[in-house]
Design a protein around this ligand. Structure first.
Ligand code: CP
Length: 304
């Protein structure tokens, strides 16, 4: 039995196979409509979510399976003090696979250690979000035709943004990837990403404040929201929340074949005026999330 807790749980080869399966699902959706007949997915969401939870549910329904779960800690027995370990032991009796989002880093790992069904980390605190990473990899590969030889700009809250941490971890395994890390000094990537991931893998990267300066070099711009829920101090959040706003003026500085991704939800960091720009790919990216989660469920349940 396998879990997905970290994007590195799958080798580059396994990730490639999963992305190939997701692509085939996109092109031949009806072919997969019964492969999970009789199987159940539990969605255990202790934190809010729109895309991740509902795309997991759509994925399992598309595969012919069914779904059960909760969408907030308050509506589960966590509100009465039940531990993650006990919850997963019980859910293992009700479902065949589960996706868990939790505000505490490492909670899905605790669940996996007590589970008899595959556990998928659907986002743990400011730590990792591996299924968003698979979605991002599928999006980049579909839009650019490759996962190597790319200059990737990551912009916004690089400190608390778990999607950023997961994506950097995954992309350093491909050839000739360069990063431009655009953030205010307070929201730079954590030290372990800089030292143990980027420097340890000899990855070329720059840290800068100016999005305008970075724009002309980028093949992909990955915008992120300033993570209000991870700030200890509201004043700091208010000061930093609108530090970058991608608008038409900034898009004029970019290459014609540069694509903008965003894990969503967005707040103000991408102006709606660029939604119709053909390079704005974030809603397409959200759609890829369903195909990639279908492929992941099939892979972990070992169904064909
Ligand atoms: N991208 C993402 O994780 O979105 P949700 O928080 O809506 O699930």
């Amino acid at each position: 039995m396998r879990h997905l807790l970290n994007p590195l749980d799958f080798s580059v080869e396994e990730t490639g196979q999963l992305l190939d399966l997701a692509k085939d699902i996109e092109e031949n959706l009806p072919k997969y409509s019964h492969v999970c007949d009789g199987k159940k997915l539990a969605t255990l969401f202790y934190e809010p979510s729109t895309r991740t939870r509902l795309s997991f549910e759509a994925a399992m329904l598309n595969l012919g399976g069914s779904v059960l779960g909760f969408s907030s800690a308050d509506s589960s027995s966590a509100a009465k003090g039940e531990s993650v370990a006990d919850t997963i032991r019980v859910l293992s009796c009700y479902a065949d696979i589960c996706a868990m989002r939790h505000p505490k880093e490492g909670a899905p790992l605790v669940a996996a250690n007590h589970s008899s069904i595959p556990v998928i980390n659907a986002g743990d605190g400011g730590h990792q979000h591996p299924t968003q990473t698979l979605t991002d990899l599928l999006s980049i590969r579909s839009l650019k035709g490759r996962l190597n030889d790319l200059t990737i700009g990551l912009c916004g809250d690089l400190k608390f943004g778990r999607t950023v941490h997961s994506l950097i971890n995954a992309l350093v395994r491909y050839e000739n990837i360069k990063f431009i890390l655009i953030s205010p000094p307070e929201l730079r990537v954590p030290e372990y990403i800089r030292e143990d991931v980027l420097k340890a893998n000899n990855i070329e990267f720059m840290e800068m404040d100016s999005l305008d300066e970075a724009m002309p070099s980028l093949d992909i711009l990955y915008m992120t929201r300033v993570q209000k829920e991870r700030f200890f101090n509201e004043e700091d959040y208010i000061r930093l929340k609108d530090c970058y706003i991608l608008d038409k003026k900034k898009m004029k500085l970019a290459k014609q074949d540069m694509y903008v991704l965003h894990p969503l939800p967005r707040v103000n960091e991408i102006s709606v005026e660029i939604d119709e720009d053909p390079r704005a790919a974030y809603f397409k990216q959200a759609k890829y999330g369903v195909y990639v989660r279908m492929a992941l469920i099939m892979t972990l349940l070992e169904v064909k």
